[in-house]
Design a protein around this ligand. Structure first.
Ligand SMILES: Nc1ncnc2c1ncn2[C@@H]1O[C@H](COS(=O)(=O)NC(=O)[C@@H](N)CS)[C@@H](O)[C@H]1O
Length: 480
């Protein structure tokens, strides 16, 4: 896209919604002009962020006993309509294929909104004995949900382009519970690698995944104080095993129903990373997922231009050899325009090399996240750049962590909750009874997000709805 087109200024980040929409365009992440609501197009630069993000997800899953696979997109109606709870949850969201060419299909085919009903008929054919467990498969696919709420790129799509779904099978309910805990740990690690701190909570029963025994979720707190659900882990019990007849021979020779979990992450992982780390100048990317990790800017004067260009090329070659993604911006843009362009793209580190730096055998290093400027000797440019990446990663995670903590408010009553959820997440006591939870939600005009997996109890307190004594505090928040 021509530089001139992008002269329109990026709104300040505190105008978060406009900032977010403009940034997706100006940093060339996604083009929202595709002529179908809720479907968007990845620009190559944005897709490179996705590739780097999902290679972290693959690494963490592959290193924890998961195997990647791929199931069909189309699900026959008779399979889709098997699990009653699941149907109730998805019947208003599923897209149907009814024709092949001009021929009406004898069985309508669902575009997968999620793949339980594609995978579990196959699990029934594969699972025989307890020796087959744990079965831990995942796929990274597009899924389709006819979302009726406001669609937004990377946040709420009708075609979820980057849906990582894992589906595991175990002998007992307890084994599946242990898998849920493992998955929560893996998701927390994935988000640590993206320098995104998360709230982890058990969703209230009325908000769990359709067909699950319970749902644990990871939420990010976005700059506007609303939470974004960026990962969910579901304990499915033997609900789907009974529906799809997934049985195994137990060590005692008995035939038993299996127990299952499933857990998902989508491109919301990228939405959270962009939103939490970005600033008024554009993207701020954790080095590990930045498509360009270092940009080298030659500082050119009439005298010594050749030497400077040669030195920049040499540094680029050395960094490339060290596995670093690096560009030299030798364009004829003036330096200020170059800084603007690469800061918008969130390049974590800028190196400036001019004649004087050559004499001192250094490069000037400028961090994108803090703007801090100092020198790295050219002799150890690879090690110096790596050290900068570590400092940036640590600083991003710490800064986001304290920002998150500053947005959690332990409230004394529902009126304070109403006020505080405009800025972030409130906690309030809850006895755990459904009618009290729903009554509190009505009063507040926002939902119970969940019961923290790490309790935030302040000792014995009273449920605001019924006055019963409780030691549990729950998160309450506005959500995307
Ligand atoms: N319309 C959507 N656009 C983008 N991401 C979405 C959308 N709907 C759900 N997600 C993301 O996908 C994750 C998994 O979706 S889910 O419905 O909670 N869970 C499942 O579908 C289970 N089968 C586990 S994969 C959610 O936590 C959320 O982060």
């Amino acid at each position: 896209m021509a530089e001139s087109e992008k002269e329109a200024a990026l709104p300040p980040k505190e105008a978060f919604s406009d900032w977010y929409n403009e940034l997706l365009w100006m940093a060339e992440i996604m083009d929202v002009r595709y002529p179908v609501k809720g479907l968007y197009v990845w620009y190559p630069f944005g897709f490179a962020i996705r590739r780097n993000t999902y290679s972290i997800i693959r690494e963490i899953l592959d290193n924890s006993g998961h195997q990647e696979t791929l199931f069909p997109l189309l699900i026959p109606e008779n399979e889709f309509m098997k699990e009653a709870e699941h149907i109730k949850g998805f019947e208003n969201e599923v897209y149907w294929v009814t024709h092949g060419g001009k021929d009406p299909l004898d069985i309508p085919l669902a575009l997968r909104p999620t793949s339980e009903t594609a995978i579990y008929p196959m699990y029934k054919k594969w699972v025989r004995s307890h020796a087959d467990f744990p079965l831990k498969l995942y796929q990274i696919v597009n899924t389709f949900r006819y979302e009726t709420k406001h669609t937004r790129p990377l946040i709420r799509l009708r075609e979820i382009t980057s849906f990582k779904e894992a589906h595991t099978v175990h002998a007992t309910w307890e084994d599946a519970e242990a898998q849920v805990k493992e998955a929560i740990g893996l998701y927390t690690e994935i988000y640590r690698r993206l320098a995104v701190p998360v709230l982890r909570s058990r969703r209230p029963d009325w908000d769990k995944f359709p067909g699950a025994d319970y749902t644990d979720a990871l939420d990010a707190v976005m700059p506007d104080g609303k939470t974004l659900q960026i990962g969910t882990v579901h304990h499915l019990g033997d609900n789907f095993a009974k529906t799809f007849d997934i049985k195994y021979e137990a060590p005692d020779g008995e035939q038993r129903y299996a127990h299952q979990t499933c857990y998902g992450i989508s491109e919301r992982s990228i939405a959270a990373t962009i939103s939490i780390h970005g600033d008024d100048k554009g993207l701020v990317l954790p080095p590990e997922i930045a498509p360009v990790q270092v940009v080298i800017i030659p500082i050119i004067f009439k005298k010594g231009a050749e030497e400077v260009f040669a030195a920049c090329k040499d540094v680029q070659e050395r960094l490339k050899k060290a596995g670093i993604r690096v560009e030299v911006d030798a364009s004829d843009l003036r330096p200020g325009a170059k800084y603007y362009k690469w800061e918008m793209k969130g390049v974590p580190l800028r190196l400036e090399i001019g004649p004087r730096d050559l004499q001192n055998n250094v490069a000037v290093a400028v961090r994108r996240d803090t703007g801090e400027k100092d020198q790295i000797t050219l002799l150890e440019i690879e090690a110096g750049v790596r050290l900068k990446f570590e400092a940036i990663q640590k600083s991003l995670y710490e800064k986001a962590g304290s920002e998150l903590e500053s947005r959690i408010f332990d409230c004394v009553d529902l009126d304070e909750v109403k006020e505080k959820i405009q800025e972030g997440v409130a906690t309030i006591p809850w006895c755990g009874k459904r009618e009290c939870g729903l009554a509190m939600e009505d009063h507040i005009g926002a939902g119970i997000l969940g019961i923290p997996l790490t309790p935030r109890s302040k000792g014995k307190e009273k449920c605001p709805a019924c006055g019963e004594e409780t030691e549990t505090r729950v998160y309450v928040a506005r959500t995307y």
